[in-house]
Design a binder for this molecule. Structure first.
Ligand code: ADP
Ligand code: MG
Length: 250
């Protein structure tokens, strides 16, 4: 589904990503691991259109998407989750989901004036969809809670929920488990596996928690110093000499 070809991303003279090549298979939950500073987040940002690569290319379903801005990738179903922005923290969880752009006609004044009835109808449909998403993620009890009051793990679920509002095809999750308690991490893992199995989502997951990676991800790709070191099952990766060395070196 995605092909990353020899991507380099340099900051000044420093190559955060240094000739990384990898493939993401459609329907997979692919894990991306590696020591801190390996270049994982930078590679995500290149794939998701937030950073232009210095060289190399990113191919989505045979189309070159290198350097396309995030909103264009969004329309191709490629999403990277983001922390709930500060401005949205005083809105409710449901409202946060309803804010996800795309397909809303309330965007222009002309529409607002001309299609008032249709907008009200679309708002109801959006609210209904938001409630379905919350139900799927088992956080329907939080619908009217202010997003700013959620725990770290609940916020991660809300971020995942936002991808469901637009029927993403491939979702990139960067350290979804950071600071999240075990129970919620399991809920997030369940949601990922169900989205994968029931809705055909492809996932690429950066995570340090190896239990989480082991439960969810096949294959697992290990990066270090901007390069891809190894790919395989988590057990294969853990037994790989270069991988062991890379982790010991940090
Ligand atoms: P990871 O996510 O694997 O921990 P990152 O992709 O965040 O690694 O960072 C890889 C390297 O690139 C790190 O050494 C980091 O300090 C550096 N880096 C990341 N972003 C920038 C930036 N905007 N400017 C300069 N250096 C950066
Ligand atoms: Mg990172």
């Amino acid at each position: 589904m995605i092909e990353v070809r020899d991507v380099v991303k340099a900051f000044g003279g420093f190559r955060a990503v240094d000739g990384a090549s990898l493939e993401i298979a459609r329907g997979s939950v692919t894990g991306l691991i590696g020591p801190n500073g390996a270049g994982k987040s930078t590679l995500f940002n290149v794939i998701a259109g937030l950073l232009p690569p210095t060289s190399g290319s990113v191919i989505l379903d045979g189309d070159d998407i290198t350097g396309l801005p995030p909103h264009q990738l969004f329309h191709k179903g490629l999403l990277r989750t983001f922390q709930i922005a500060h401005e949205f923290s005083s809105m409710t969880v449901r409202e946060n989901l309803m804010m996800v752009p795309g397909g809303q006609s309330g965007e222009t004044l002309w529409n607002a004036w001309f299609h008032r009835g249709r907008i009200a109808q679309e708002e109801r449909a959006l609210a209904q969809k938001a409630d379905e998403v919350l139900d799927f993620l088992t956080i329907d009890h939080l619908a009217d809670e202010k997003a700013g009051n959620l725990s770290g793990g609940q916020k991660k679920l809300l971020e995942l929920g936002r991808t469901m509002m637009v029927d993403a095809r491939i979702v990139f999750l960067d350290e979804v488990g950071a600071g999240v308690n075990r129970t919620l991490l399991n809920t997030i893992g369940d949601a990922i596996l169900r989205l994968n199995a029931e809705r055909g989502y492809t996932f690429v997951v950066i995570e340090h928690d190896m239990d989480f990676i082991g439960r969810l991800c096949d294959p697992v790709i290990c990066m270090a110093e901007g390069k891809v070191l190894a790919e395989g099952t988590l057990d294969e990766i853990k037994a790989n000499e270069q991988v062991i060395e890379a982790y010991l070196g940090t």
